[in-house]
Design a protein around this ligand. Structure first.
Ligand code: NAD
Ligand code: MG
Length: 396
């Protein structure tokens, strides 16, 4: 059979955890994958180091102030890689014809413009930036469909569902999907036992090694809430057909139950390189560097219901999804502000759900047909949450 064409990949969020997994898989397959563009937020030194290793044609730093340092850093190591800076450059490269594939792995709503640009340009979109789906899911899916952009989820649960759904012709045959959740570092604790937990404890995830924001989201279960909304958009499923089971071993990545009573689950060791290999090579399979799963050695698989009293963020996300309109955008923005404040040591862990709840109950959910309306809701929620935060820290 003919050799597959060389896939030209832009990695957005290259210096992050998902970026590292993507580049690890790409480097294993120089005959079929090439890192053509690398982009990061503000860490110029880390971006230059990745350029030395992966030799892209172009490097983009989102922080406009980073341009000179990036240009000089690339020159100092003798690389021909061109330097670019600023959010407009990010957006331009997401849509540029040089790349056919975009790994969208920027954290937070900051990833929306480049993710949307890649979808509108009809790229294969390896979508890790779940916040863009929560903030503007309908819009993103509509643009992707219109432009023929193939979205492949880079979230272990959604990749699992994506793979299970390929077993039959139509999604009409699906009764429900079950997202699995590790339960995070605080699984089994009561609400009272969460009052004093620290950022260091919250980011120490028992199964996955991830960036700080998603690690805190896993600790509050907001991550699972964002993933329920993500699944709703990616697979066109209503709230009633998306369940969550806590599965502490993190070996079953999610399940799909069909109308005939058959349930398919996708399994593997918790390592995102598998998910990235699926997206980069699909519909083929390539080596990802991840070992196979030895269930005899693992011994057991446990499942339990999530505790919505200790972890109200999951319930808040379900509520926001049911409310629709701008509610998920409000939820997401308030959560980003609250998580930043928690990581900076300014607020307690339980203030995160309290601040999200505050934003959702203060701001009415309105129609969300346009990007402008969604971005306005995002900005309002950030402002309201920042103000509530200031009051809270002033009283503390
Ligand atoms: P991370 O913190 O390790 O990396 C974030 C990346 O985004 C960095 O490269 C950073 O430079 C870049 N960035 C931050 N702000 C930016 C901005 N304003 N403009 C441009 N770039 C910016 O995060 P991560 O764990 O790799 O997660 C990235 C995304 O993938 C998140 O949306 C997360 O929810 C999702 N995700 C991650 C995992 C995982 O295992 N890490 C699993 C599923 C989904
Ligand atoms: Mg996930």
């Amino acid at each position: 059979s003919p050799a597959p064409a060389l896939r030209q990949v832009a990695v957005f969020g290259a210096t992050g955890s998902i970026g590292a997994s993507a580049l690890d898989v790409i480097a294993r397959h120089p005959d079929r994958l090439r890192a053509r563009v690398l982009a990061a937020g503000s860490n110029v030194a880390a971006l230059v180091a990745l350029c030395v290793r992966h030799r892209p044609d172009d490097a983009v730093i989102a922080d406009p102030a980073g341009f000179a340092a990036l240009r000089d850093g690339l020159r100092a190591v003798g690389l021909p890689t061109r330097a670019h800076a600023g959010p407009e450059a990010l957006e331009a490269f997401a849509a540029a014809p040089e790349c056919d594939t975009v790994v969208a792995a920027i954290v937070g709503a900051a990833g929306l413009p480049s993710t949307l640009a890649a979808a509108r340009a009809g790229k294969r979109l390896l979508l890790a930036n779940k916040e863009s789906l929560v903030l503007a899911g309908e819009l993103l899916m509509r643009h992707a469909q219109a432009a023929g952009s193939e979205i492949i989820p880079i979230d272990s649960e959604h990749s699992a569902i994506f793979q299970c759904l390929r077993s039959c012709d139509a999604s009409r045959g699906v009764r429900r999907v079950i997202l699995t959740a590790s339960g995070g570092p605080f699984r089994g604790r009561s609400r009272a036992e969460l009052a004093d937990v620290t950022p260091a404890q919250a980011v120490a995830h028992p199964k996955w090694s991830m960036g700080p924001k998603i690690s805190v989201d896993s600790a509050t279960l907001m991550n699972k809430g964002l993933e329920v909304i993500e699944a709703h958009h990616l697979f066109g499923l209503e709230a009633e057909r998306i369940g969550v089971w806590v599965h502490p071993q993190s070996l079953v990545h999610s399940l799909v139950e069909f109308v005939d009573g058959s349930t398919l689950a996708q399994m593997g060791l918790p390592d995102m390189r598998t998910t990235l290999a699926v997206g980069l090579a699909w519909p083929e399979r390539v080596d990802s560097g991840v070992a196979g799963l030895d269930l005899l050695q693992q011994g057991r698989l446990d499942f339990e219901a999530p505790d919505l009293t200790a972890f109200p963020c999951l319930a808040l996300a379900w509520e926001a999804m049911r409310a629709g309109g701008t509610a998920p955008a409000i939820l997401n923005a308030a959560n980003e502000v609250a998580v930043d404040a928690f990581l900076a040591g300014k607020i307690a862990f339980l203030a995160i759900p309290a601040l999200v709840q505050h934003a959702l109950s203060t701001l009415p959910s309105t129609n969300a047909d346009t990007l402008e309306a969604l971005l306005a809701a995002d900005a309002d929620a950030r402002r309201i949450t920042a103000a509530a935060l200031t009051r809270q820290t002033a009283h503390a």
